[in-house]
Design a protein around this ligand. Structure first.
Ligand code: HEM
Length: 672
């Protein structure tokens, strides 16, 4: 293409407004500029004089190729990063100085070497996952940060000693947090990075002072560690610091203490939050694409890793961790028909490049399969490109594969909300807006394959959270108890009955029937409810303890019980929360023995007030899926292969109580 003299077009809004738009919705802002101005556009960002984005795979390649001519990645990052990572860091250096370090670090991060870390990463992940909370919402990203920090401490810094580990564990997150101090990014370093500027800053409390103080403490600890390790050089050690201590450049020189310190901080800064965020995104995507999750779990269970690798790559494509990879130009660059002048920044916009049509159908969708067939090449740049591409990419990919496999092997995760999390700017990364909020349960509690068949995960999640919240008050509702009584009367229990109460809440019905049947089981989606039920009815020991009671966490549309396991089923005031009621009724029929009975009671849509209120509840009550008519309940039972025996309205048509039985011979001893 022939270059013109004009500069690329771009929004005319003031710089502050454009910066705000980029921070608020980075992917949306870049996408709309791409649509409006084409694949090369100019933006005004506070703190940067001139900034040009390219949003096309071929043009991104050209920017990276300029690393050999006019592109200065290190200089472009220098002012912002050097105060933290030091003047010798790979991130901020250029030319000979950069090349010397890149050659020393390169072999340490070579795929063959880092692959040897897999077992240790798995062990670290395993120990951390054991400590995750169960059955309560939590943010996954900070948990992943704990894992990736531990990986850096043990495999990069090579620290094994408990006491020193503790000191690093305490200080490093503080340093990373302090680095994020807004002022650090907004104030020109010329104002504070000098000795004089720093002396002034230390006079009063402010975020920069706390950054400087923490940096001092961390430096002290790192220099201590370097000195210790120099004095006890051990050729068998394979951690990054030990390898760097042994590494020699072309002239036989090793790294000095300050060079080592700068690279250790660099690896911490570049490798900790990025990988943790990639992991958080992997689950954010997987939990909203359950087919992919199911396929992944099946593969991990069978010991495979091909799909796992595709999941990792697709995560970094659909949700890149780094927004852009700027190059400061030290000469004009011809690109996309424009000539970008010296002194300007040019940056591939990673999210836009990775949404290019060349990645295959539906670029916006999360489809790991695209990496199995014909993997996107130029349009996959999560680790940047050119000679400055990420030195830790193999470690990051390995870490993500290993940690994801360790998680899905142990736990079943659910998203707390069905809506996807937004991409939000945090420091220099794009993070999930809610930190990837999840709930975890042990996999053996509810087999994942079973659950994955359920299409209802997000709606069920809403119901679960709703009931967790009001678990404390639930058992005290006289109304609910009286409805349960009516259902029980209908059920006509006998001593040989094995009863299951589906959506058992805090276990009031189980408490009532347990002493007069053979077995009484309660199932509920809410762990809050079950906690109360268990503490009430399952005391640790003691005379008079009922041994025929059990409570299980689970969903009505994937009952964790065998076919025909129960002779009597009851389900009251819950059907309207089931995302797929027919599926749940089919499940009830499945676990019911021939001749067994079932009673379903629920508020129904037959009366005018209920008809009016139903849409309102659907809108405002989390987990309210919709009321049925009495005859819908009858029809569902019939479709499930059961025979309706009685059916009536209570409370002037507001509530329906329908009983049915499974054809076949009566279970012996069950009352009729
Ligand atoms: C998912 C995780 C990661 C992502 C998305 C990521 C992404 C990136 C990107 C986009 C760059 C800039 C490349 C360019 O300018 O073209 C970069 C550079 C770098 N990364 Fe990573 N990174 C990750 C993990 C790691 C890890 C684990 C380490 C090491 C422990 C690491 C160390 C570095 C270093 C030292 C550089 C500077 C390279 C140079 O300028 O020569 N990164 N990374």
């Amino acid at each position: 293409m022939t270059a013109t003299r004009t500069l690329p077009p771009g929004p005319r809004l003031p710089g502050l407004a454009q910066t705000a738009l980029l921070f608020r919705d980075p992917v949306g802002f870049l996408g709309s500029c791409r649509r409006r101005y084409g694949p090369v556009f100019r933006v005004h960002l506070v703190g940067f004089p001139h900034y040009v984005y390219v949003a096309d795979p071929q043009l991104a390649r050209e920017v990276y190729a300029a690393d050999r001519t006019v592109g200065r990645a290190g200089e472009g990052r220098h002012d912002f990063l050097a105060p933290l990572v030091g003047e010798n860091s790979l991130l901020v250096t250029e030319d000979e100085q950069w090349l010397r370090h890149r050659k020393l670090l390169g072999p340490v991060f070579h795929r063959k070497h880092v692959d040897g870390y897999a077992e240790e990463i798995a062990a670290i992940a395993g120990r951390e996952i054991e400590r995750w909370p169960l059955e309560e919402p939590f943010e996954l990203r900070p948990r992943m940060q704990e894992i990736t920090l531990e990986v850096i401490l043990r495999l990069v810094f090579g620290i094994a000693d408990g006491e020193r580990l503790e000191r690093f564990r305490e200080l490093l997150p503080r340093l990373l947090e302090a680095t994020g101090a807004l002022l650090l990014w907004l104030l020109p370093p010329s104002l504070w990075a000098s000795e004089k500027g720093q002396r002034r800053l230390r006079r009063f409390p402010n975020p920069l002072r706390s950054f400087l103080e923490t940096r001092e403490q961390v430096d002290e600890l790192i220099y201590e560690e370097i000195a210790r390790r120099r004095s006890e050089l051990d050729d068998s050690r394979r951690d990054v610091l030990s390898m760097l201590l042994r590494a020699r450049d072309d002239e036989g020189r090793g790294m000095s203490d300050i060079e080592l310190r700068d690279e250790l901080i660099t690896l911490l800064e570049a490798g900790h939050e990025t990988t943790a965020t990639g992991l958080a995104w992997a689950f954010e995507r997987l939990l909203r694409n359950r087919d992919a999750l199911e396929r992944l779990v099946a593969e991990v269970d069978d010991g495979g890793s091909e799909y796992l690798d595709a999941v990792v790559r697709e995560t970094l494509r659909a949700r890149p961790v780094v927004l852009d990879t700027p190059r400061l130009l030290d000469g004009p660059l011809e690109i996309g028909g424009y000539v970008i002048p010296e002194g300007w920044y040019v940056a591939p916009a990673i999210p836009s490049v990775q949404l290019d049509r060349s990645v295959g159908p539906e670029p916006e969708d999360f489809r790991p399969e695209r990496f199995l067939d014909e993997p996107p090449r130029d349009a996959w740049i999560p680790f940047g490109g050119g000679k400055r591409h990420c030195v830790g990419s193999h470690l990051a990919l390995l870490e993500m594969r290993v940690v994801i496999a360790e998680v899905v092997r142990r736990l079943r995760l659910d998203a707390v909300r069905a809506a996807p999390e937004r991409q939000r700017v945090h420091h220099v990364t794009l993070v999930p807006s809610k930190g990837t909020r999840v709930m975890a349960s042990p996999r053996d509690l509810m087999p994942l394959r079973h659950h994955a068949e359920s299409t209802s995960a997000p709606a069920a999640q809403a119901a679960r959270i709703h009931f967790d919240r009001w678990a404390g008050a639930y058992g005290r509702s006289r109304l609910l108890v009286s409805l349960q009584q009516k259902a029980l009367t209908e059920l006509r229990l006998g001593a040989a009955d094995r009863v299951l109460d589906v959506a058992c809440g805090t276990g009031a019905l189980i408490a009532e029937v347990a002493h007069r049947v053979e077995r009484a089981a309660g199932l509920d989606l809410s762990s809050g409810m079950l906690q109360i039920a268990r503490s009430r009815l399952l005391p640790d020991a003691g005379p008079g303890r009922l041994v025929n009671i059990e409570f299980r966490l689970g969903s009505s549309d994937a009952l964790p019980f065998a076919d025909g396991e129960f002779t009597a089923l009851v389900c009251t005031t819950a059907l309207h929360h089931f995302p797929e009621p027919q599926r749940s009724v089919d499940e009830l029929a499945r676990v019911l023995a021939p001749g067994g009975r079932v009673v379903i009671g629920d508020a129904c849509r037959d009366s005018p007030p209920a008809k009016l209120l139903d849409p309102l509840f659907r809108r405002f009550e989390a987990g309210h899926v919709g009321l049925q008519r009495k005859r819908d309940i009858e029809a569902m039972l019939t479709r499930a292969g059961l025979r309706v025996t009685t059916s009536r309205h209570l409370w002037l048509g507001v509530y329906a109580l329908v009983a049915a039985e499974r054809p076949g011979s009566q279970p012996p001893g069950a009352a009729q």
